[in-house]
Design a protein around this ligand. Structure first.
Ligand code: WTA
Length: 634
């Protein structure tokens, strides 16, 4: 096979990109197939062997305690551990105290550098503060912060104290923050006076104050004062800096031992109903899964500088900014702000300045860079890069090829498919395997994924089907917070297997090609949104009586939201009505959920039982066949 880098048109699944010989010498996994086959033959042995290298307060009795009736997977049952012992204590004892763990670059370009020692120190101080506040193992803490070191340290301090963090993306509105707090009932909220984006100040504390009014479980709020160190706070609000000062010499805080059942965090994500679901992950399994995927997929070594453009407010940031990289003792770059501010070279500039080796980005961001032009990456020295990654939505081959070309034309791209629920990469290349643009290739070792029909049977090559997973994997979610029924639904759609909600095809070589969601979830610029959530925001506008939302293909963002609305009889149809409705959604949910387009209509297609058929709306919008409409009312 020739390397077809010069002739992308000839690129087919039987003519893939082969790895660079230099890369092969550095790999943790040199023979994917052998390792994969071994891992599947005895998954417990495979994962158990990886787990041997961690620090445990008590080792497990069983690697996997699987209940096929409740679909409960208790990984490393009987064990006691804390994920932070393996992120901090272990590395520090091994002499990494002065190694840089985190480089945080703010929106204005200012930089703060944290060594492993400093993270440990500030984490300990915060843990002492939590204990002093009377917080107990299992209590929930909501973290509503921009991507900053305080956000990362707050997460780690919760984990170390056995508290359950629920990070809410700082771009969410008061309404979205409130509904997440209503569900998780936190005793503590950690927030900041403001966030910054494109040089603009975003009043985070106002949003937090608005949201917390109705949260009766909340006892205290810790506030990071970024802008004004003397900002006066209200009762119940405590400045973050005063806590760090107070516990400057409180010393070491021993990590709280956690069992396989103790939640590490809850992270809210969208599903098919209007209510976001709290995905629960636990300590030991999540630890082992995120550690290994970070290590093998990104081929992490001691000298790596890892730059993931996500926000720790999403699962990608949880697993591949905070937990996975720090478990590996890597150096992480965390950037606040946007890729095109102060100019479109921002990320390339960061790669050059910090000698980034692994750059994990998203298809939308790559397409945006394509639009901004090659001259931006060309301005910078990107020679430190040795591996690229993509996540969040299907990557089109053009974007894949462009990403590879502007970074030197030789780097492997890991197109990683996974979900908030899976916690870790599930279908992804490992560096060293042949790559086909637009394919996430094959399952990670230990993961038994397939593409199937409604009956759960594998479909033929080239045929589209549902992406499922046949066996438990370590960092799988443990439940949906407060809603075990909703958890079981994932396993009952096709009985006994995990139903991801995605569709894909496998080609004749067995490579996966992801297509998209088959449920009512939309991916806008990689952000996961539920149609029902957006619809309920729409109908809360005084002029709107009914609404239906679809995802519409978009060249830049993958999908954008189009909303069809029926107005109330008494609604006044002013020229700016569409705009006002769009802005209303922004206020209700946040900017990422704002529809691109509003169409005012008199009628929506429904089933005879009254359910809106979004599928029919979408087909009409795109000029596609409408499929089976036998249930459509007249
Ligand atoms: C989509 C993000 C194609 C998919 C980590 C999945 C992808 C949803 C890819 C989960 C990829 C994620 N190729 N589609 N490489 N990665 N997706 O929970 O539809 O925010 O179900 O987790 O993103 O979104 P979530």
């Amino acid at each position: 096979m020739d390397n077809p880098a010069d002739s992308p048109k000839s690129l087919t699944e039987s003519n893939p990109f082969l790895p660079d010989p230099d890369l092969l010498e550095t790999l943790h996994v040199s023979d994917y197939q052998t390792i994969y086959d071994e891992s599947i033959r005895d998954p417990e042995q495979f994962w158990g062997k990886i787990a041997e290298d961690f620090r445990w307060s008590r080792k497990w009795d069983r690697v996997l305690d699987w209940n096929p009736k409740t679909y409960e997977a208790r990984w490393f049952s009987g064990s006691l551990s804390n994920i932070t012992t393996n992120m901090l204590d272990r590395h520090i004892d091994e002499g990494l105290s002065n190694k840089v763990a985190l480089i945080a670059v703010a929106d204005d370009g200012s930089e703060r550098v944290y060594t492993y020692g400093r993270i440990m120190d500030e984490t300990n101080r915060l843990c002492h503060s939590f204990a002093e506040m009377g917080l107990k193992k299992g209590d929930r803490v909501t973290i509503f912060l921009p991507p900053t070191p305080e956000q990362v340290i707050s997460m780690i301090a919760c984990a170390r104290s056995g508290l359950v963090h629920t990070v809410v993306f700082s771009g969410f509105s008061a309404g979205a923050l409130k509904s997440r707090m209503e569900d998780s009932e936190p005793r503590l909220l950690i927030t900041a006076d403001c966030a910054y984006r494109r040089g603009k100040r975003i009043a985070l504390l106002d949003t937090a104050r608005e949201a917390k009014k109705a949260i009766t479980s909340l006892e205290k709020t810790i506030v990071i004062r970024r802008e004004n160190p003397d900002l006066e706070l209200e009762t119940g609000e405590i400045p973050f800096d005063s806590l760090l000062k107070k516990h400057a010499s409180s010393g070491f805080f021993k990590a709280v031992d956690c069992t396989t059942d103790d939640p590490l965090f809850i992270l809210y994500t969208s599903g098919t109903t209007g209510k976001p679901k709290g995905i629960v992950h636990t300590h030991p399994g999540y630890m082992v899964g995120t550690f290994l995927t970070t290590r093998w997929v990104f081929n992490i070594h001691n000298d790596d500088v890892f730059f993931c453009v996500a926000d720790p407010g999403w699962i990608t940031g949880h697993s591949y900014i905070v937990y996975g990289p720090l478990l590996n003792g890597a150096t992480v770059l965390l950037a606040e702000g946007s890729p095109d501010y102060p100019d479109p070279g921002r990320w390339w500039h960061l790669v050059e300045k910090y000698r980034v080796t692994v750059f994990y980005s998203t298809p939308t961001a790559i397409r945006l860079q394509m639009r901004l032009g090659k001259q931006w990456p060309e301005k910078y020295d990107l020679s430190s890069l040795r591996l690229l990654g993509s996540v969040g939505e299907p990557i089109n081959p053009e974007a894949w090829l462009w990403f590879r070309e502007v970074t030197g034309g030789r780097l492997p791209i890991m197109d990683t498919w996974w979900q908030t629920e899976t916690g870790m990469h599930m279908i992804t290349p490992l560096p060293g395997v042949p790559l086909v643009p637009g394919s996430a290739t094959r399952p990670f070792p230990g993961v038994v994924a397939d593409v199937v029909n409604r009956q759960g049977e594998s479909v033929a090559p080239g045929e589209a089907g549902f992406v499922i997973v046949r066996q438990p994997w370590p960092s799988m979610f443990r439940t949906v917070y407060g809603d075990p029924e909703r958890y079981r639904k994932y396993w009952e759609e096709i009985p006994g297997v995990y139903f991801s909600g995605d569709s894909a095809k496998r080609d004749h070589h067995g490579l996966f090609h992801m297509i998209g969601r088959v449920d009512d979830v939309i991916k806008v610029a990689g952000h996961r949104l539920g149609t029902a959530e957006v619809e309920s925001a729409l109908v809360s506008h005084p002029c709107v009586s009914e609404a239906a939302v679809i995802g519409k293909p978009d060249e830049l963002k993958g999908e954008v939201i189009k909303a069809f609305v029926i107005l109330r009889k008494d609604a006044e149809r002013t020229p700016d009505l569409e705009l006002r409705i769009r802005q209303h959604v922004r206020e209700e949910l946040g900017a990422i959920a704002m529809p691109d387009e509003i169409e005012i209509t008199e009628w929506l297609p429904r089933t005879r039982s009254g359910k809106i058929m979004r599928r029919v709306l979408k087909a009409r919008e795109l000029g596609l066949p409408e499929g089976d409409t036998s249930t459509l009312e007249d």
